[in-house]
Ligand binder design. Sequence first.
Ligand code: 3PG
Length: 208
Amino acid sequence: MRSIDETMRRAPVIPVVSIGDAEGAPALAAALVAGGLPVIEITLRTPAALPAIEAAAKAQPDAVVGAGTVTNAEELEQVRAAGAQFAVSPGLTESLIAASRDVGLPLLPGVATASEAMRAMEAGFDRLKFFPAESAGGPAGLKGLGGPFPALCFCPTGGVTPENAATYLALDNVVCVGGSWVAPRALIDAGDWAAIERRARAASALSV
Ligand code: 3PG
């Protein structure tokens, strides 16, 4: 299984998606792969999320399909069983730390502060989601964490847009960014795969 670092380095942007109907998941994954964004985070925010992870992973072997909004041990086990290749959490708890060891699925936990970063480091994590990026200090806040924690690399998510993505990606401690702008719910619901592919292509051209 590829490490979370390898996954983060596959593309400059990880599309964060919420999907209402798992039947659209293969076409969604195909559009993102065609647009140059093979890493996809399907969030556990809809009942269709688990079947969508399964369908996307089966239909698109070129995609790296992960699960987002994983907040507890049970969900981590469920997404692994559905075929997720990585998991993303908005935060980090003791039970999630224990589960990530037991389940053996690469986890990208979220932090927003220096103390949370230190806790994550104690638990053995050095690849982190900076969340919610814009309200937790934006690029300046994330750059600030680079001073005391040079070994940490981040995927900022939460308020990242086509306008500010390049500013985050220019930081030494940023490997990729995450965001829902590439495949917003409205375009997924409309099945507008061409528009999603166009957005993915533009995002994949951002340089790290
Ligand atoms: C996430 O869970 O990472 C965020 O909801 C994505 O944030 P965005 O919608 O502001 O891109």
